[in-house]
Design a protein around this ligand. Sequence first.
Ligand SMILES: Nc1ncnc2c1ncn2[C@@H]1O[C@H](COP(=O)(O)OP(=O)(O)OP(=O)(O)O)[C@@H](O)[C@H]1O
Length: 503
Amino acid sequence: MASSSIYEKGKEAMAMATSVAATVMLVRSLANELLPNEARDMLSYGLANLRARMKWRHSFSIEQTDGPYSSNYLFYHVKTYLASRMEAVGATNALQHLRLSIGTMDDEDTDKLIVSMEEGEEMVDVYEGAEFRWCLYSHDVPDDSIISRSLGRRGGKLYYHVTFHKKHKAKALSGYIDYIIKTAKDIRDKERPLTMYTNDDSDWTPEDFCHPSNFATLAMNHALKKSVIDDLEKFITRKAFYKRIGKAWKRGYLFYGPPGTGKSSLIAAMANYLRFDLYYLELTGVENNSQLRKLLLGMTNKSILVIEDIDCTIELKQRDDNKKKPPKSSDPSKDEKVTLSGLLNFVDGLWSTTGEERIIVFTTNYKERLDPALLRPGRMDMHVHMGYCTPEAFRILVDNYLSKKEVPIDNLSKKEVPIDNHRTYPEIDELLGEVAVTPAEMAEALLRSKEDLDVAENALTSKEDHDDDKRLDVALGKIVEFLKSKKECANKEEESRHKKKMT
Ligand SMILES: Nc1ncnc2c1ncn2[C@@H]1O[C@H](COP(=O)(O)OP(=O)(O)OP(=O)(O)O)[C@@H](O)[C@H]1O
C-alpha cells in the first residue's frame, strides 16, 4: 500500500515538473517571438546586472575632502596603491584593458608622470584570491542619480568606491585595507627625499641627500654585495624577532679598506636602498656624554648613524685608555668624555627603548689599528672589506662609464646593455692582478677616457665613425695604457726601495 502511494506521488510530481518545464519553454519561445530584439537584450542585461549586484553586494567609499593631506590619509593611500597596481599590469595593458590613463599628479607638488585612475574608470584588484572592484567618482554626480541614491551624498571632491563579494567583508575591512596602507606607505617612503645630517656641537644640521650611488653601480664582488643586501633585508623584516629576544632593533656594520675603495659609496647605496636618512657623527666634536645623548635622541627612526675613519679618532682611543680615572663631577653622565666603547654602550641603551630600526656604520682605512673591544662579536654584526679593483668590479665600472647602447625594458624605461666582453679584458684582468688600483682611481681613468672620446666624437661628422665598438676599443685601450704606467711606477718604487735597503 505504502509503496503504491509513493509511486502515485512520484508520478504526480513528475507530471507537475513536466508541466512547469513546458510552461517555461512556452513563455521563453513566446518571449523570443513576441519581444523585439532590444527588449530581449535589455531583459538579459538586467538579469545579468541583477546577478552581479547580488554577488557584488558589499561596498564602501573612501572620499577626498578639502582638508590637508593628513585628513585625506586613506584616500591618498588608496590612490598611491591603485596607481602601483596599474603600473604592475603595465601602462599599455592598463590603458587597453582597464581603461586607465596616464596623467600628472595634480594634488601634489610634482610633475612626475604617474599612471592613475580617472573619474568613472574601473579596475579590479585581487587580494588573497578575493576580487575588489574599484571605481573613482566625483561628488558632482546629480543627487537623483543611482550612484547618489545608493551611496548617499558625498561631501568631498572625489571618492573611490570599492565593491566586493559579501563573503569577503571581513577580509576587506581588516587585511585588505591594512595591506593597502602598508603598500602605499612603502611606496611613499621610497619616493621621499632623503636627508643627511651632520653634527655641530650637540645639534644636527640637515642637508638634502642626493648621492647617486646604488647597489647596481657599486663596483664590488657580486657575492659580497649580495651578502650585504641579504643582511639588510633580513634585518629590516625582523622587528618581531628583536622584540621577542629583548634586543635593540639595530645592526652594526664595519666597512674597512684603503681610501677610495667605496666605503662611503656603499653607505650611500645602503641609504638609497633602504630609504633611510643618514647621520654623520663627528665624535671628536662631541664634548661629553650629555651632548652625545642629546644627539642620539635627536635622530629619527629609519636612519643610519655613520662614524667615519674611526682609526683617526686617536683622541678617543686615548680617552678609552684613561677612562679608569674617576669623573670630576658627581654626575658622570654629564661631563664624562665620550669614548668609542662608551658610545656603543650608550647606543645600545638608548636605542633599545625606541623599538625602531637603526643602523650604525663605522668606517676605517686600518682595521688593525682598531681597539679590539670594538671588533669583538656582538659589537659590529658584519665586517665588510672593500678592496682594490678586481676584474668583476672593473666590469661594473665599465658599464657605469662606457655603456652606451640601451634596450627598452618596458614602455617607460630602458636599460643599458652591459659590456660583457672585450678583446682587452684578458690583458686588463692580468694587469689588475699585478697592480693595486682602487675603484676610485679606475673610475677616474674611465671618466677621463670617456671625456676624451666625447670630445673626439663631437669633432666627427660621418655616421660610421660613431661606431660603438671602435669607441670601446679606444677607451679600453687607454685603460690598458693607464694600468701599464701604474705598473711601471710601482716597479720603479719597488726598485728604489730595494736599493735603499741595500745601501
Ligand atoms: N666600489 C666603488 N664602486 C663605484 N665607485 C667607486 C667605488 N669606490 C670608489 N668609487 C668612486 O670613487 C669615489 C670615492 O670613493 P669613496 O669615497 O666611496 O671611497 P672611500 O673608500 O669611502 O674613501 P675614503 O676612505 O677616502 O673615505 C666615489 O665617489 C666613486 O665615484
